[in-house]
Design a protein around this ligand. Structure first.
Ligand code: ADP
Length: 532
């Protein structure tokens, strides 16, 4: 209880102190003696407080505003006016928060594009009346000349908008800051490179003694876009802050002010809005992808308890959705890229689309297979079978640092024919290689090698051996190896070997685990295609 109280007291005092300091630091180009400055981050702090902890904290916001008037502007306007202006601000931000969270039900941690859209719209709409009434008060009191009225309203309004869109999302998406988050920030080379790039670009744009530096501000968008693309909204908000601070510092440093306040504001707004929307789009996509994979994990768990045929229809149904989404993404990428015509990328994307189509075909076939054993048999050579599968297994092996080799023993692969369902057989080889890779990657092994030996058995049937240098199949697992739902992997389904054996047996062949001194060795045989 006492801890909670202490916590609250700390929050109250901390907020007021930070509010005053932020107001002080950002107090540049003032239309003295009022708080009319190009960006007002303290308003962003106020909105973050109300959105994060609830509108019941409005008195705290009022206290902060009042303290800032005293500390930053020394109560230069009449006290009545100051009190009224603080009240207007507090009421405005409290109402904006109430609308955002209460009525529009946005998620204050910005998980969807919708949250950001409403946030921007409400901020722009609610800060205008605040700016109008604030400036109007001083106008009526004769403290602001009438011909400056519109300009001051505009500067105050845009200043509030910028202060809020730079500060509020930043605080909301990063709060509470953890040591781990900080470690992650400085822990990757790419992040360090990004920070250095921002600083270099800022220096490149403003570090010279050129009078019209603002003409060359475009490069500032580049690091921002890079960071937003890689780290979503979290990265974008940080990058925006750093760029904004760089801008402010360089404007303050340059003695002759060649930029007007509005020019500066326009640039700040464009940068902040670009970064936020791009970052949000990336975050939303990442979220959708992680939800998809979470759904897959849940599905996989559920599947352990389902019967094989239920499993196959669920798999077919569930996996088809992400697969067609991937197809959609890939096609749109192709469209985008083809505008510039990088031909090789184009070709690769074509292959990806083909792989996606194949994956979906595999699922359909498996379902059919389990339903009624429907297979699509065709006569192909052994060479054709391995050509079809090779590129995908070799890529998988390379990705995991596994040395995968194939050798043909006493067989002419271009001549030897089998009568099989190609997709099903590819699935078997794929499963065996994938299992071997999993085993090699899971534990410490001396060598990461897989050798596929293709030959003939004494009865003249095709004999394929998949041998790895991994730890081998655990003793207790060996008797249940081909049972469905038997697995030793945290994310495993325990289906691969069961399905593979059914496929091989449906083709009149055999699949077994061969005892070996080192690693694991799976062998399957298939009858050769007869001549008629
Ligand atoms: P899953 O891969 O989903 O676990 P499988 O039927 O493919 O299902 O495999 C069942 C289990 O057999 C695996 O969890 C693993 O313990 C074991 N296994 C299969 N292949 C190998 C291998 N090459 N080396 C060691 N263990 C293996």
């Amino acid at each position: 209880m006492r801890r909670t109280k202490n916590h609250l007291a700390l929050l109250l005092i901390g907020y007021v102190v930070v509010y005053v300091l932020v107001d002080r630091v950002s107090y540049i180009y003032p239309v003295a003696p009022f708080a009319i400055t190009p960006w007002n981050p303290q308003t962003g702090l106020a909105l973050a407080l109300l959105l994060r902890f609830g509108v019941r904290f409005w008195p705290l916001q009022f206290a902060g505003a009042l303290a800032a008037e005293w500390y930053v502007r020394d109560f230069q306007a009449p006290l009545g006016l100051i009190l009224l202006s603080c009240a207007i601000m507090t009421a405005g931000y409290t109402a904006a928060s109430a609308v955002l969270v209460g009525k529009l039900r946005i998620d204050p941690t910005f998980t969807r594009l919708r949250d950001l859209n409403w946030f921007m719209a409400v901020v722009i709409a609610f800060t205008l009346p605040i700016a109008l009434s604030y400036i109007m008060m001083f106008l009526f009191d004769g403290l602001i000349p009438p011909d400056e009225f519109l300009m001051d309203v505009l500067i105050y309004w845009v200043g509030d908008v910028i202060g809020i869109i730079v500060t509020t999302p930043l605080l909301l998406v990063h709060w509470p800051v953890t040591v781990n988050a900080l470690r992650r920030l400085f822990g990757s080379r790419e992040n360090i490179a990004q920070i250095i790039t921002i600083l270099c670009v800022l220096w490149g744009v403003f570090g010279w003694n050129v009078t019209d530096e603002f003409k060359y501000f475009y490069p500032l968008f580049l690091p921002l876009i890079w960071i937003a693309m890689r780290h979503g909204l979290k990265g974008a908000t940080l990058a925006i802050l750093v760029i904004q601070l760089g801008l402010i510092i360089s404007v303050q440093r340059s003695e002759q002010r060649y930029v007007t306040v509005l020019e500066l504001q326009a640039l700040m707004f464009a940068l902040a809005a670009t970064g936020l929307f791009l970052g949000m789009a990336v975050t939303e996509r990442q979220r959708a992808e992680s939800m998809l994979s979470q759904r897959e994990v849940i599905l996989n768990r559920a599947l352990r308890f389902a019967s094989a045929s239920e499993m196959s229809s669920a798999l077919a149904h569930e996996l088809n959705q992400p697969l067609s989404a991937i197809g959609g993404y890939v096609s749109s990428c192709r469209l985008l890229l083809s505008a510039r015509q990088p031909e090789r990328l184009h070709d690769t994307l074509e292959k990806v689309t083909a792989e996606v189509a194949r994956a979906s075909q595999v699922i359909h076939r498996l379902r059919d297979f389990y339903r009624g054993g429907v297979t699509k048999l065709e006569r192909i050579t052994v060479a054709e079978l391995f050509e079809g599968i090779w590129s995908s297994v070799i890529k998988k092996a390379e990705r995991h640092g596994v040395n995968l080799k194939i050798q043909f023993d006493d067989i002419l692969p271009e001549i030897f024919q089998i009568f099989i369902d190609r997709i099903q057989l590819e699935t078997v080889v794929h499963n065996l290689v994938a299992n071997a890779i999993d085993a090699l990657v899971a534990g410490p092994v001396e060598r990461r090698e897989i050798l596929i030996t293709v030959g003939k058995d004494p009865a003249g049937r095709l004999r394929v051996e998949v041998r790895d240098t991994g730890p081998g199949v655990p003793m207790e697992m060996q008797s249940r190896l081909f049972d469905v739902f038997e697995t030793t992997k945290p994310e495993g389904l325990g289906l691969g070997l069961g399905i593979s054996r059914s496929i091989i047996e449906a083709h009149g062949g055999k699949l077994w685990l061969e005892p070996t001194a080192e690693g694991a060795c799976f062998i399957f045989t298939l009858p050769a295609a007869t001549d008629e």
